[in-house]
Design a protein around this ligand. Sequence first.
Ligand code: PHE
Length: 346
Amino acid sequence: MLQKINDLLNEVSSISVKNSEELELFRLKYLSKKGLLAELFEDFKNVPGLEKKDIGQKLNLLKQNALEKFNSLKSGFQNQEETIDGKDLTRPSFPYSIGSRHPISIVRNELIDIFTRIGFTVSEGPEIEDDDHVFTKLNFAPEHPARDMQDTFYISRLSSEDSSPEDILLRTHTSSVQVRVMQNQKPPIRTISPGRVFRNEAISARAHCIFHQVEGLYIDENVSFADLRQTLLFFAREMFGKDTKIRLRPSYFPFTEPSAEMDVSCKICGGKGCNVCKHTGWLEILGCGMVHPNVLEACNIDSKKYTGFAFGMGIERAAMLKYGVNDLRLYFENDLRFLDQFKTAF
Ligand code: PHE
């Protein structure tokens, strides 16, 4: 009997089948109820006690080998049957490369989403502006350095001594849009103005001559600095996470009084101090303040009746803080290796 089992072991290991009919014949011959294995197990009952151990082991091995052979032949066939003309129809299709939003668009959309949830509308205005909307109505003195050729791209300049309202330039901030809103709407006004701005600056890791801003304006009766602070706290927590802290430092802008700059706690080190926050635990994010009465009056809003707050931030800067990007130029180079990393964000 041992001899027979050994012969069958060899036979099973060398068997090959060409199609599913031959596979079925294999199953019938070895594994079915009336097959060779069943027969051998029947005979095994008559094997004398002493030989039972050896023969039993061999018999089990044969059974195992036959089953394994059957399964491997079967799965071989299944794969083949899913193939047509040598093409594997179960293969995943070619990866279809879909585009992704630019990180600046992602962050701009997020900012719009946060502020529209608390009642702000979105306003837009021209990128090519006049001096009046970018500077004069915003309480910039005629000799203010921000009007200087160093900072502003002038398109046409009628007079270089006293800047006349006809000077045409590329807007240096989207506060110009807020002037247009104040001129055209009556308070209460609650709006944000996202858009592209231009400054005559040398391009470096931290500055660019073209960048994007979102500025906000809220004008109504009894609007206070506390309202400004609470609005900005809400924004910071929505944008950078629930535990984010803010701090306001005194600052100066011609169009706000008092003015402040806002820092958010560094989320990379949790405020403990790291390279990104230069070991201060804080990151500067925006400028803000109470709208200067001169600005309200210049836009025909009664500054005795109404007060307001304004704030403005660079979208590139917000995106740098959010994604830990350390070079602003990456946003403008359109290197796919950089942009592809934002595929999962919307
Ligand atoms: N317009 C300012 C800038 O471009 C930002 C700002 C807006 C500051 C509103 C205060 C209030 O830097």
